[in-house]
Write a protein that binds this ligand. Structure first.
Ligand code: DI6
Ligand code: FE
Length: 398
């Protein structure tokens, strides 16, 4: 049964905003037709009509970088940092990611699922229909698989498309202190192989940083990903410039993420590899970082920029993708058009998905209907969620 959307402003995201004031027909889980109502083909004459009251419609948003499967919270660490400790100092003192690892290991799969579903619901309520989720708070073979299974289960229990990413190379657990190479060999690579064998993952990520894994260690993991035919992406240049983006580009990475400290060589490498730069202003904001990612250089080099929440308990307890868009504009001087491209078209590309991120014939019928008239309003508002309704796979949410 087809549905016809009329009396709306469609930001198709085809060539900029691609604003279209007309009608759109959805059939099954695909966009079937776009045009002026007067030109509606006879075969759609019986489509169920929805008058959208002049509202803005965009492709449903895509959050291409999150870490929502975890237990506990880090409010105490927030307080420590406000009292002067840095993110790296907290991490070195056994807090930070490792405190979440302790809580996550202790949680049962059911507890973890319940906590993670609540976070997925927050994201969905913000107009998102495709979400990437990473593991990375288990750091043992069994615990990483537990997180990945929970991530997959979210996609079965909720109206959302998931892409699941293996991130065992997120932090060095205490039992491998000063033995990061052994961790790569004994946990990261075996859990990658096991997760792939179980069909749990779509991509492989790592945290390339002085407080985490070196480029040489990441490369060993990426070689296994390559052997398994899995695409890679990388947490690169978040706190320092280890040339992670250059490494990622050598593996034709889907994306390099964070990249506050990326230099000109990284920009050039991403441009020639066709990788996406994933901008994560929530972590920048939370850590009170002052080094801004090289937005102007990325723009000049034609590197597609995505914007994501990075939703995680430490550096970005941020559930709202439209707030991330606001931060990308206000903190990094991205334009509202770039911010919306970053959560639609370019976010799709960052996940290797060509069937979404635009409103065009043949694209997935995942749409967001907003209490707004112009797409810049999505980036402009702070703290309100202007979602009016969401369509997932051709159906309005109940
Ligand atoms: N960089 C981040 O911002 C998150 N992971 C990473 O590699 C933070 C994760 C955390 O602090 O729990
Ligand atoms: Fe992250």
């Amino acid at each position: 049964m087809a549905i016809l959307l009329q009396n709306a402003i469609f930001a198709t995201m085809v060539g900029g905003y691609g604003l279209h004031e007309g009608a759109v027909v959805l059939e099954g889980d695909k966009v079937a037709w776009i045009g002026a109502l007067a030109a509606l083909p006879a075969r759609f004459a019986n489509a169920a009509r929805h008058d959208l009251g002049g509202r803005l419609v965009t492709p449903a948003l895509i959050d291409c970088h999150s870490h929502i499967v975890f237990a506990g919270d880090r409010a105490a660490e927030f307080e420590l940092r406000l009292n002067g400790a840095s993110y790296a100092e907290v991490a070195q003192a056994g807090g930070g990611i490792l405190s979440t690892v302790r809580a996550t290991r202790a949680a049962s799969e059911a507890e973890l699922l319940a906590a993670s579903l609540a976070r997925a619901d927050q994201i969905i309520a913000g107009g998102v229909a495709t979400l990437e989720i990473k593991s990375g708070y288990g750091l043992t073979l069994a615990d990483e698989l537990k997180l990945l299974r929970v991530a997959r289960e979210i996609g079965r229990q909720r109206a959302i498309n998931l892409r699941v990413t293996h991130l065992a190379a997120h932090a060095i657990p205490p039992e491998y202190q000063s033995r990061a190479d052994a961790y790569i060999d004994e946990v990261a690579i075996p859990s990658l192989r096991a997760a792939h064998a179980e069909g749990l993952i779509d991509a492989v990520d790592a945290f390339c940083e002085t407080i985490a894994f070196s480029p040489a260690q990441v490369e060993r993991l990426f070689l296994v990903a390559q052997e398994l035919g899995l695409p890679v992406k990388l947490h690169a240049e978040q706190l320092s410039d280890l040339k992670g983006a250059v490494l990622a580009a050598r593996f034709a990475a889907l994306s390099a993420d964070h990249i506050e400290y990326m230099a000109a060589d990284g920009v050039a490498a991403l441009a020639s590899a066709g990788s996406v730069a994933v901008i994560l202003p929530g972590a920048f904001y939370t850590l009170r970082e002052t080094q801004i990612p090289p937005i102007a250089a990325l723009r000049a080099a034609g590197v597609p920029m995505a914007v994501a929440t990075d939703y995680n308990p430490g550096s970005a307890p941020l559930a709202s993708l439209t707030l991330a868009m606001n931060m990308a504009c206000t903190l990094f001087r991205m334009t509202p058009l770039e911010a919306l491209q970053g959560t639609t078209l370019h976010a799709a590309r960052a996940l290797g998905l060509a069937d979404r991120g635009q409103i065009a014939v043949g694209q997935r019928a995942d749409l967001a209907i907003w209490a707004a008239r112009h797409p810049a309003e999505l980036s402009y508002r702070i703290g309100a969620t202007p979602l009016h309704a969401r369509i997932f796979g051709g159906r309005f949410d109940a």
